[in-house]
Every structure is written in structure tokens, then in C-alpha cells.
Ligand binder design. Structure first.
Ligand code: BGC
Length: 489
């Protein structure tokens, strides 16, 4: 399927009729009882970012980026600013057959892609569900599972070709020592397999392939989904310079001038290289504690990886619904919602998904209550008209905070790169499904990066297709005897 391009750039989101109904930068809220209204507003107030907080977050982001790129930083940055060792994006000459793996969520994919002169000719994909016992079990078992899937995929396709070249999309924070060496820094999202942190994911994959697969496979590149997304974006639009993931997790990568990467000591001849920011971990060192609410603290306490991935927990798809649920429960307990009556389901951690937030936001935009009422029905809750307004308000406030936080980072990147035009390639279910995140973000970025021309490009399957494209780029680089750049970083 073709990627879909957004309308962004110069069109003012304020011209959008839906946005006129739900004005930008504010979440209209009015219920029949002004005292109750003030009490609800008071509870949600810490989630509304003032301009002062927004400025502070931006300044801290800038400082942390600099620290993350520094050679001898005086203190540790919460931004990894990882060198991906990817010095080039697709240039239209890539040809051949490539295998790609995509691991980052509960669905693992194996992809076989054929390219001819930079154009995708054919693509075969198979999905495999990664069971919980594999996501949380020993590392070796996870990589054996991946190798078994490759074997199954190739057997089902009756693949009899020669040695295959593979790009491995491994969407976790890695310390990359070369394009095909990725040391896992820590697990995120729903994975926590002992025995992998500190090890090279490519080596573990290679070993498993030798143990279980029986096919000759050369793993030439390891990347995370943001890198796959920037590459897939560049395949469609050469002005792509940022890759953004806004799905279960969140992160971005961008093209950085090599001269500004102080910590890169090894040999390199590229002008620019893709840097994986890993902004999901922004604030893990406490630099964002000033904006943390009680709800965020609770999200962290209930999470699989307590104390890490602070920024991601403020807005990513894995958490947005849960933030809404915690607020709703608090409002019920304060007798401000559902006449103080809750259900077991609403009290259950994880029961309120981010998709519900998207659906309720859709209602707000369409001046409807249909979706919201359906959801409340599923939760067995009785409600009044005011309850519906409160729920919509909660979803609007946390969506606005999400848009603010992602936009702060993107606006800063646009200013830092200072390119005449920049396309931001985006992938991820939250960005795709939420009805107004994109419009909100366009308006905020335009305001915070004045004069910078940008547009969003929705790319489907950046991680899978991007991994295959990177395998092709790596092969091209090797063929042109441009040694894959290595060095201490
Ligand atoms: C991972 C990143 C990834 C992001 C989006 C985060 O949890 O650490 O590497 O890019 O999720 O999938």
C-alpha cells in the first residue's frame, strides 16, 4: 500500500471546520454545576501544560540533546542520542531480494522484499504472535523463536534462493557499535527477557539462526523502528529528515551533522548520520520531575519497567488510555463522576485503552456522544449528560498534553537541523487512529518552529519495509567498498 501524505505545512489547522468546533490549544468544558466543574478542573489542572512548563521542557530537551552528543559529558543525559551508523538514505539504486524482521511489539513479522533500481517490486509478509512467556522468558528462547519463524516463513514460501541478506528491526534502545552491532541497553514496552541486556542482538540472532534455521542468512543491519521509518519516508520523499514513531511506544530519529557529534571518535567520512534520540527515556534522570503529576507517578508504579521511559509514559499508546482511566477513577472516588459509582472493569489496570481515547475524541470533534456511550456501556457504567462531557474533557486534556510533548521535540529538531524543507515520516497506531493529534501537532510545531517548512508523511510499515531497505543500503555501501563506519560512540 502506498504511504499517505498529510496535508500539513502551510494550511492553517484553524481553517479546519472540526478544529473550529474544538479550538486549538484549549479544551472547552462546561457542565451544569459550576462547583463540580471547578472541582474537575482542579484535578485536571496539573495535566495542562502552561507556556512556562512548555518552555522549560524545550530547554531541558535541548540541554539533554547536547549532553547526549558530548564526548565527556559532565553528567549523564537521559537522551541516548544513539549513532545508528546509517550515513545514507535510499538513493534509487537498490536492487535485489532482502529479508527483514520486525520485532518491537506483540506481533513479530518476517518480510521478504524484492527491489529493482530503488523500487519495491514484490513483498511477502507473515505475522507471528510473540507469546507472553516468550516476551518475558529467557533471551535465548526469544531468539530461537525468531529463528523458528524465519524457518517457517521460508519453508512456507518454498524459498530455494541463495544466501539472504537481512535487516533486523529491533525496536528497543540499543548501543550501536556498527550498522550490524546493537547492544541492548534495556528492554521497554512488553518485553523483559533476562540475558539480553548488554549483549549484541545481532549476534544472538545469528547464533539462533545457526542453531535452528538451516538457511544461509547474513544479518547486515540492525535498526530500530524510527530509523526504518525515516528510511521508508526517504524512499517516498527525499526531503525526509525526521522519523517519528507514535504508537505503543514513542521515539524519533533525525539527520544530524557529523561535525556536531562530539562523542563519535571513530573513523567516518559521512556528512550526516541518522541519530536515534530514544526520547521515550527523556526525563529518566529526573530532569522532568517538575511536570510529573500523581497520575504519571501511578502509571510508572504500575508499569512493567518502573523508573524508566518517563517521557513515553506521559503520552504513548501503551499509556494514554491508562492515564485516562486513572483520572476517571479519581473523579469517581471524589464523587464527581458517575454519582461516585464505579465498576470492577473501570478499576482494572489496562482496561481503558488508548483506542477508547481516540474514539471519544472523535465524538468531541463530531459533536456526538455515540462512541463514548458505547464505551461506557461496555464498562457497565450509568451516566448523565454531564458525565459524558467530563469524560470528553479528560480525553481532550490528555490528548493535548500528548500533542504538546511530541511537538516540543519535533519543533526543536526542525530548528536545530535548519533545513529549507523537512518531511517528518511518521508511523504508529496512536498517530494514525487519534482524530486530532496530527492537526494539533501541526499547529503547535508551526508556532514553536516559526518559519520552518515541514510536513508529515504517514508511512505504513516503516519498520518492516525500512529494515529491508536498510539491508539494501548496507549491501550497496559494502559493494562500493565504503566500509561500514565503526568507532566508539
Ligand atoms: C523503544 C524505541 C522505539 C520506540 C517506538 C521505545 O520503547 O525504546 O527504541 O523506537 O519504543 O517503538
Amino acid at each position: 500500500m502506498n504511504p499517505t501524505e498529510s496535508t500539513a505545512k502551510s494550511t492553517s489547522p484553524l481553517e479546519d471546520t472540526n478544529q473550529q468546533r474544538l479550538p486549538m490549544g484549549s479544551c472547552p468544558f462546561a457542565i451544569s454545576d459550576p462547583v463540580q466543574q471547578a472541582q474537575v478542573e482542579e484535578i485536571l489542572k496539573p495535566l495542562i501544560l502552561t507556556q512556562d512548563v512548555i518552555d522549560r521542557v524545550r530547554d531541558v530537551f535541548e540541554d539533554e540533546m547536547k549532553l547526549g552528543l558530548a564526548k565527556n559529558p559532565p553528567k549523564l543525559s537521559s537522551l541516548q542520542m544513539e549513532n545508528t551508523f546509517l550515513p545514507e538514505l535510499p538513493n534509487g539504486t537498490e536492487s535485489g531480494e532482502y529479508l527483514a524482521l520486525d520485532l518491537g511489539g506483540t506481533n513479530f513479522r518476517v518480510i521478504l522484499m524484492e527491489l529493482k533500481e530503488g523500487t519495491i517490486q514484490r513483498e511477502e509478509v507473515k505475522y507471528y504472535k510473540v507469546p507472553e512467556e516468550v516476551r518475558l522468558g529467557p533471551g535465548e528462547q526469544l531468539f530461537d523463536f525468531l529463528a523458528d519463524c524465519i524457518k517457517d516463513f521460508l519453508e512456507k514460501k518454498h524459498y530455494t534462493g541463495e544466501k539472504l541478506t537481512l535487516g533486523f528491526c529491533f525496536s528497543f534502545p540499543m548501543h550501536q557499535k556498527a550498522l550490524n552491532v546493537g547492544i541492548l541497553v534495556h528492554w521497554t514496552k512488553s518485553f523483559n527477557c533476562p540475558g539480553v541486556v548488554g549483549k549484541d542482538a545481532v549476534k544472538m540472532l545469528n547464533d539462533a539462526i545457526h542453531r535452528r534455521c538451516g538457511h544461509a542468512i547474513d544479518v547486515v543491519a540492525v535498526l530500530n523502528d524510527t530509523t526504518g521509518t525515516i528510511v521508508k519516508g526517504a524512499y517516498v520523499d527525499h526531503e525526509t529528515a525526521i522519523g517519528l514513531i507514535l504508537g505503543t511506544g514513542s521515539n524519533a530519529c533525525y539527520l544530524e551533522r557529523v561535525s556536531r557529534i562530539e562523542k563519535w571518535e571513530g573513523q567516518h567520512d559521512a556528512e550526516e548520520v541518522v541519530i536515534d534520540i530514544e526520547f521515550g527515556a527523556f526525563g529518566d534522570n529526573g530532569v522532568l520531575d517538575f511536570m510529573k503529576t500523581d497520575f504519571d507517578r501511578e502509571i510508572n508504579r504500575n508499569s512493567l519497567l518502573v523508573g524508566s521511559f518517563t517521557y513515553e509514559k506521559y503520552f504513548a499508546g501503551k499509556y494514554l488510555g491508562e492515564i485516562a482511566r486513572l483520572i476517571l477513577v479519581k473523579l469517581v472516588d471524589e464523587e464527581l463522576l458517575f454519582k461516585g459509582k464505579c465498576t470492577e472493569k473501570l478499576r482494572t489496570v489496562g482496561s481503558f485503552t488508548s483506542q477508547y481515547v481516540s474514539h471519544i475524541e472523535k465524538d468531541s470533534m463530531e459533536l456526538s456522544t455515540e462512541e463514548t456511550e458505547k464505551i461506557l456501556g461496555e464498562f457497565g457504567l450509568s451516566y448523565t449528560q454531564d458525565d459524558l462531557k467530563i469524560i470528553k474533557y479528560v480525553c481532550a486534556v490528555i490528548s493535548e498534553r500528548a500533542a504538546n510533548l511530541v511537538s516540543i521535540c519535533l519543533a526543536h529538531l526542525l530548528c536545530r537541523m535548519d533545513k529549507p524543507h523537512c518531511t517528518i515520516a511518521v508511523d504508529g497506531s496512536l498517530f494514525e487512529e487519534h482524530p486530532r493529534l496530527r492537526t494539533l501537532m501541526e499547529a503547535k510545531i508551526s508556532a514553536w518552529a516559526p518559519g520552518k517548512q515541514f510536513k508529515f508523511l504517514m508511512v505504513e510499515d516503516g519498520s518492516g519495509k525500512g529494515a529491508a531497505l536498510i539491508a539494501a543500503i548496507a549491501t550497496r555501501l559494502r559493494a562500493h567498498s565504503k566500509a561500514i563506519i565503526s568507532g566508539e560512540c
